[in-house]
Write a protein that binds this ligand. Structure first.
Ligand code: PMV
Length: 289
């Protein structure tokens, strides 16, 4: 294996979380915060690093590779560090691999380790941009959107994705028709939002995000803190705002025009959120050197 450094972006879910686990579509965007994986053969490492070699041989799987990981974002934000590290690490070993092959391999690993997940985060890390995505990569459609006027607020609370997915599954078990109706309504929002995003009608996209948030609330995955940040952003003039990802914590997102951005960010901070500077629609996995 040659020496290689590969970086992959994190992600934010724009619309369609939870429903996507049940085969409905979602929209995800790759973000400017990236995670970098470097790999080198033992031959490339200076002599003193042989101590590391010895340590890896003692507890490792016997292969002579050294991986190091650098991330521009903390795992606590819910930006998809597990998917990004899986995609980037695989690509260090096959730098010219096709995206589809990479996606399938990375998704399989994420499923093996995590047991559950639609793979939207793996798709964002692999392909980048903004994607219309159906679970397990049945559809991965890049959307050529121009500048998404996104504002991101972190609640300070780490979401537990697996238990929130379970919580929704239990709700569905108890109340299958109601939950199925919610999923179908979310899926319709995702279909409606697609052309609006392509046209750059962010005001309408914001409205559809608001509707999506109502359904997420009905599913029981919002939280007081998320609601506080969402309502602060909206009072400050956001076109729309919702939780992003599993819910329970992590981040909320809002859309807002240029002149309102400062006010929206201040409102989120005043409500106890941490505004994170995130550029959406970022490039997918890439070889750095
Ligand atoms: O918690 P996150 O940011 O990884 O988002 C989870 C989104 C879900 O739709 C709930 C799960 C999934 O894998 O799609």
């Amino acid at each position: 294996m040659n020496k290689a450094t590969v970086s992959a972006p994190g992600k934010l879910m724009l619309l369609g979380e939870h429903a996507v686990v049940y085969g409905y579509p979602c929209i995800v965007t790759a973000i400017s915060q990236r995670l970098e994986v470097s790999v080198s053969t033992i031959d490339d490492i200076p002599m003193d690093r042989r101590f590391i070699d010895a340590a890896i041989q003692a507890w490792g799987d016997g292969k002579d590779y050294l991986f190091s990981i650098k991330s521009a974002f903390s795992g606590k934000y819910g930006f998809g560090s597990s998917a990004a590290v899986t995609v980037a690490t695989l690509k260090t070993m096959r730098p010219t691999v096709e995206n589809r092959v990479l996606f399938d391999a990375a998704y399989k690993i994420v499923l093996d380790v995590q047991g559950i997940g639609s793979g939207f985060d793996v798709a964002a890390s692999t392909y980048g941009g903004t994607l219309y995505f159906v679970a397990a990569g049945k559809i991965i459609e890049p959307l050529s959107v121009q500048e998404v006027p996104l504002i991101v607020g972190y609640t300070g609370v780490k979401a537990d994705t697996t238990s929130l997915i379970k919580q929704v599954a239990e709700k569905k078990e108890k109340n299958p028709e109601k939950v199925e109706r919610i999923f179908q309504a979310i899926a319709k929002l995702v279909e409606d939002v697609k052309p609006r995003m392509l046209e750059g009608d962010w005001e309408r996209v914001g409205k559809l995000m608001d509707f999506n948030q109502e359904y997420l609330r009905d599913l029981g995955v919002s939280s007081e803190k998320l609601e506080a940040l969402i309502s602060a952003a909206k009072k400050a003039g956001a076109w729309g705002a919702k939780l992003s990802g599993a819910g329970g914590g992590d981040c909320m997102i809002a859309l807002g025009s240029g002149e309102k951005r400062d006010a929206i960010q201040k409102a989120i901070a005043d409500a106890g959120g941490q505004v994170i500077d995130v550029q959406p629609n970022a490039e997918g996995v890439r070889v750095e050197i």
